[in-house]
Design a binder for this molecule. Structure first.
Ligand code: SAM
Length: 261
């Protein structure tokens, strides 16, 4: 195999351990009928395992210099399509159109764009079934954070609003080449198939905009004080409450009450 010049700017931390690659595929619950989207083919190690298990794999890779390595590795699979492009520059609808049915994302994500990728697909895809993604452990912990902790925030609420979330395993940093600074985890998100609501996102971002302020104070950017007080009273929420104290369900109830006003 050609020598690889790993590019840090693209978040290139590759996997090669076959047991781990198979475990990721198993966590993703893909079957031979499934169509899969991979983000960041790298040297094709995960792509190859996915190709063995799925009906079809579409894999995006931003780094064109990996082309020869990938062609060599994946040459014998006729169910893989490689697209050399920045996935964030492709409209989500165009990506949806690459698949016949609902598809599953399985990816060892480039860490520098973890959140933009998660939001892009959670919010915009009309055909996404689930995501099985390798993320930094700290990000996984944010996704599963409990209210009243410092990790609990916009990412937690948004991800749990759109999906059922669980960590399927943690992965030591030694499993990657080159080795990153921190450990990782694999997160499985099963989409609840809710339509995207731009206003809900704005509501949550505003609620958490100044963490040291009360929720009421932050929401003054969106609503009149007397309206906030009346909704809080109706729902028995104390006026001193901070955003991080409300659960995802409580946020949904609160948001719906403002909409009904
Ligand atoms: N799947 C491989 C593996 O597990 O060994 C590589 C994973 S590596 C963490 C992430 C890959 O995503 C890199 O190959 C990187 O070049 C690619 N990448 C980074 N930014 C990208 C983008 N915007 N669009 C598509 N691929 C990207």
């Amino acid at each position: 195999m050609e020598k690889i010049n790993f590019k840090k700017k693209y978040g290139q931390n590759f996997l090669s351990d076959t047991n781990l690659l198979k475990a990721i595929v198993s966590d993703s619950l893909i079957t031979p009928e499934d169509e899969v989207l991979e983000i960041g083919a790298g040297a094709g190690a995960l792509t190859q395992e996915l190709a063995k298990s799925a009906k079809k794999v579409v894999s995006f890779e931003i780094d064109k210099s990996l082309e020869n390595i990938l062609f060599e590795k994946l040459n014998s699979y006729n169910n893989v399509e490689l697209i050399f492009s920045d996935i964030l520059n492709i409209k989500t609808q165009e990506i949806d159109n690459l698949f016949q049915n609902n598809y599953k994302i399985v990816a060892n994500l480039p860490y520098y764009i973890t959140s933009p990728i998660i939001f892009k697909f959670l919010e915009e895809s009309k055909k996404l079934d689930s995501m099985t993604i390798m993320v930094q452990k700290e990000v996984a912990e944010k996704m599963l954070a409990k209210p009243r902790t410092s990790s609990y925030g916009v990412l937690t609420v948004m991800v749990n609003y759109y999906a059922d979330v669980k960590i399927t395993r943690t992965v030591k940093k030694q499993m990657f080449t080159p080795m990153p600074k921190v450990d990782s985890a694999i997160v499985y998100l099963k989409l609840k198939q809710k339509p995207f609501d731009k206003e809900f996102k704005r509501f949550i971002q505003t609620a958490f905009s100044m963490r040291r302020k009360t929720l009421l104070n932050n929401l003054l950017k969106l609503y009149k004080k007397e309206d906030i007080e009346s909704v809080f009273n109706k729902l028995n929420i104390s006026l001193n409450t901070r955003a991080e104290e409300l659960s995802v369900t409580e946020f949904e109830t609160l948001y719906n009450s403002f909409r009904q006003k």
